[in-house]
Ligand binder design. Structure first.
Ligand code: PLP
Length: 342
């Protein structure tokens, strides 16, 4: 399998010269930013800067594990994570157009890394074929769309040969970080493999650009349902105002906000962490205030691979059959439930 070739990605060489003071960080956690994404930086320390420019804080000992979700332990064959009964994650690429500083897979992305080789891919496919309960395969990485069209076609057509694989999902940040990668040719190829879903990863309204909108329009016109997974990040998107603008902006791109992730407890990312109270406040600030379609689930991916759990602000107090329910405007309303024993 092969990665795309793309001049846009050489841009990081220029920027890296200005970042010598950060060379220790870059040696541990690779640095790359696409020209498209770097152009979204308006000033030092803004939301885009924080997501892509290395920070010395990444090297602080935050007493966290590099793989808190136990993905390695849940990997029956290299490149495959099988945590839930009916779905698996297939890590087809180790590269991205931008290495997000808060990445949950900081431990294994980078330029030197190769994509899943032919033998490893065959082993992963054989595993999926041997487990009839697997109906949903999620391509992740790295960014799966860093593979060239030919390699991607190979993976998708191999998966489609397995009868019990019903849906395929692609998790990608390409519409945000390298939107020109989404070509009519790519979309024409992807639509041959329906039902195919795509979850993208916008974190901030300033990432919604004309080019990103064009990329998402091409994908949506190919009949691909689009979702979005954001990560809640301190100093980037941890306010109600920012998230309202983001989720409503996404609906305009025909993207349905799917998850807001509480940051995983990954080594080297502590400076991005927010409290759960912040996440709950954001959900409270969305529900009722913006289209229900725009309201994602706020989830914690529990340590040790225990899975994702949605969290909701407390809106109900129950006394017997009488519920006191808080409206989105903070009014308390009584609701009489039926007796569950009747
Ligand atoms: C998040 C995740 C999935 C998919 O979860 P959904 O809630 O179905 O989107 C599957 N496997 C692993 C290991 C995951 O981390």
């Amino acid at each position: 399998m092969h990665y795309i070739k793309c001049e846009d990605l050489d841009f990081n060489q220029t920027l890296a010269k200005d970042l010598v003071s950060l060379s220790d960080v870059i040696k541990t956690y690779p640095f790359r930013v696409s020209a498209h994404y770097a152009a979204l930086i308006r000033k030092k320390d803004d939301a885009v800067w924080r997501q892509c420019i290395p920070d010395l804080k990444e090297l602080e000992d935050d007493e966290q594990a590099s793989d808190p979700l136990a993905e390695t332990a849940l990997s029956p064959v290299p490149g495959l994570i099988h945590r839930y009964p009916d779905r698996v994650v297939l890590l087809v690429s180790n590269r991205c157009p931008v290495y997000c500083r808060f990445c949950m897979r900081k431990r294994h992305v980078g330029e030197g890394e190769r994509p899943l080789g032919p033998a490893a891919l065959q082993a992963a496919l054989a595993y999926i074929a041997s487990k009839p309960e697997i109906r949903d395969v999620i391509l992740s990485g790295g960014d799966p769309l860093m593979l060239d069209d030919f390699s991607l076609h190979h993976v998708l057509s191999s998966l489609r040969k397995i009868q019990h694989v019903s849906i395929i999902r692609i998790g990608t940040r390409i519409p945000v970080t390298l939107p020109d990668r989404v070509t009519p040719e790519l979309c024409a190829m992807l639509k041959k493999f329906h039902p195919l879903y795509l979850n993208t990863h916008f974190n901030h309204p300033s990432e919604i650009t004309t080019k990103s909108a064009q990329a998402c329009a091409l994908l949506a016109d190919a009949g691909i349902p689009l979702g979005n997974q954001s990560v809640l990040l301190r100093g980037v998107n941890d306010t109600v105002g920012c998230m309202r603008e983001l989720v409503t902006g996404l609906l305009g791109l025909r993207i349905r906000p799917y998850y807001i992730h509480q940051m995983d407890l990954v080594k080297g990312t502590g400076h991005f962490r927010t409290s759960v109270a912040t996440g709950l406040e954001i959900i409270r600030g969305l529900r009722g205030h913006v289209s229900g379609l725009a309201v994602p689930h706020y989830v914690i991916d529990l340590p040790n691979g225990k899975g994702k759990v949605p969290l909701l602000p407390e809106m109900v107090v129950r006394k017997g059959n009488v519920l006191t329910v808080m409206t989105y405007q903070g009014e308390k309303v009584t609701y009489h439930d039926i007796d569950p024993l009747l």
